[in-house]
Ligand binder design. Structure first.
Ligand code: MSP
Length: 512
């Protein structure tokens, strides 16, 4: 079986500094990347910035900067955020890089050569904020301004010479592609929206602009720049050194396993992108998953709405792992989620400090006092011990499947249940009363350590830093973290010195 896994985030517009919505896409992608790595996959995880187009050109003009210096500055804030979020990305691509231009130019040339592109004139609505064309029936009036019904952003009338991609020709092949690949678009509700949209009829797509210059030139006509979405989507190929299809990265990782995106950009990824690729004779990605939005109140968090929450401020106040845990646990994956500091604080106190942190501290300090901080030298499991330990191998396939179906909530709930069970086990077994029964005492402690090990491995993709701190108790380092080992109840060496750990999560005083 193919043990390569290629996952991407959307590439972000460096028109303003990153907010929580961007952090969310990246953290979730990192979660999947880390999970697949510890499952034994060779993973390529890509993120980056989408730097061309009118939106960026205008943002640069507003800041009185040339677009490239403007992008350098803001792209760096996204790059820095990738470090702050502890993303395990293998590459960070910028669409202003030469390697990307080469790749886009090649894709354009192929499409032109295959007669998929023709010159004509576009007249219609355009939203600079979305970098998207809208038809008349997708427009409405609000306070005397024309806006897109879909995104709510303002549109302007556009009339200019433009190259068109023969999207209409791909309507039937796309529908066939969706039915041959029923899991190409997830979640299912979004898939139905896309299919209905395609069934309602696809028009040819304008794929070049003449009235501004910030982009990649159409190779055969320098008066035009390539439409920013055709440019941006190609990043997923550029990072694998396309057009060099003999390159190892390309051979190993294309087609991508999953493009993780927000639901707002599904049309581009699930319609335009596979159509461009099919037209160029390149395999489309295996999956596009459109997650929900992080809301602020009832609205999407976005710069234009002025309701953003700065991830860096939250991290400064609470730490990174609490934020990662909270976003992954509290937002029902695929749906929109409202986040609040109060809920974040409860999550830190109950799940992280009480359930996880306390369990680790209690068990280790008990072993420190009673067993000279060593793993017990012998043990014999009884049915109580096996009941808690075996949950992991009994549910193993289910857990793996939950990840492969992007069912993050099952994964997190499973961990929570096991944390609850492990705490209950330690309380119910009352090791403090078994000091005279050495065999039983040893077994309870060995079981508790194994539970901590298994739970920490499962927590690694969510809160890598904290999980590695705990696994440090057993000298398990990052490269040793092996998801498959959670099936096994006897990984820890007996009579082995353990390491102490400091407090993992500080409880927050809540005033309610
Ligand atoms: N540049 C395009 C993507 C090109 S991909 C080839 C773009 N950029 S963006 O910066 O506007 O948004 C990128 C992604 O950020 C969104 O698709 C979504 O994944 C995420 N989010 C932005 N705001 C969001 C929320 N409020 N909530 C959750 N995610 C949202 O679109």
């Amino acid at each position: 079986m193919d043990k390569n896994f290629y996952i991407t985030t959307p590439i972000y517009y460096p028109s303003a500094k990153p907010h929580m919505g961007h952090a969310y896409s990246s953290i979730v992608a990192d979660f999947f990347a880390r999970f697949k790595r510890i499952q034994g996959y060779d993973v390529f995880f890509l993120t980056g910035t989408d730097e061309h187009g009118l939106k960026i050109q205008r943002a640069a003009e507003k800041s009185k900067m040339d677009p490239k210096s403007f992008c350098d500055q803001i792209s760096k804030t996204f790059f820095d955020l990738s470090k702050i979020l502890n993303l395990s990305n293998n590459d960070f691509i910028r669409t202003t890089e030469e390697r990307h231009k080469k790749s886009v130019t090649e894709l354009w040339n192929i499409l032109e050569k295959k007669n998929e592109i023709y010159l004509s004139k576009y007249s219609g609505w355009y939203s600079v904020s979305d970098e998207a064309f809208y038809s008349d029936d997708e427009i409405e009036n609000k306070d005397n301004i024309k806006i897109s019904k879909i995104s709510g952003s303002a549109v302007e009338w556009l009339e200019e010479e433009s190259y068109f991609f023969k999207l209409s020709k791909w309507q039937e092949p796309l529908l066939k592609f969706y039915s041959d690949n029923p899991n190409f678009i997830l979640p299912v509700t979004r898939k139905n929206e896309v299919i209905n949209f395609v069934k309602s009829g696809l028009k040819d797509l304008s794929v070049s602009r003449k009235s501004f210059s910030w982009g990649i030139n159409v190779p055969s006509n320098k008066d035009h720049v390539i439409y920013v979405w055709l440019d941006a989507l190609t990043n997923y190929l550029s990072a694998l050194n396309y057009p060099n299809t003999n390159d190892n990265l390309y051979k190993k990782f294309w087609p991508a396993s999953i493009h993780l995106i927000g639901k707002d950009i599904l049309r581009f990824h699930a319609i335009y992108w596979p159509a461009f690729l099919l037209a160029a004779d390149i395999s489309p990605p295996k999956r596009v998953y459109g997650h929900g939005w992080i809301l602020s109140g009832e609205e999407k968090m976005s710069k234009s709405k002025g309701n953003i929450l700065d991830p860096i401020e939250i991290i400064d106040k609470y730490g990174l792992d609490p934020l990662r845990y909270y976003l992954i646990k509290e937002v029902s994956f695929g749906n929109d989620g409202n986040i609040s500091q109060q809920k974040l604080e409860s999550c830190i106190n109950s799940d992280l400090a009480n359930n996880y942190g306390n369990l680790c501290q209690r068990v280790i300090s008990f072993i420190d006092k009673n067993l000279d901080l060593k793993t017990p030298n012998q043990f014999k499991f009884n049915s109580d011990d096996l009941k808690v330990l075996d949950e992991f191998n009994i549910n193993f396939e289910k857990i793996v499947q939950s990840i492969d179906n992007q069912n993050i909530n099952f994964y997190v709930n499973f961990i929570q249940d096991q944390l609850f069970a492990a705490n209950k086990y330690f309380n119910d077994q009352e090791p403090w009363k078994k000091k005279l029964d050495k065999n039983r005492l040893n077994t309870i402690l060995y079981t508790s350590l194994e539970l901590i090990r298994k739970i920490s491995i499962m927590l690694y993709p969510i809160i890598p830093d904290s999980s590695l701190k705990v696994l440090g108790i057993f000298d398990i380092s990052e490269s040793d973290v092996d998801f498959n080992s959670i099936k096994n109840n006897e990984i820890l060496k007996t009579n082995n010195k353990l390491n102490k750990i400091s407090i993992l999560f500080k409880k927050i005083e809540q005033n309610d």
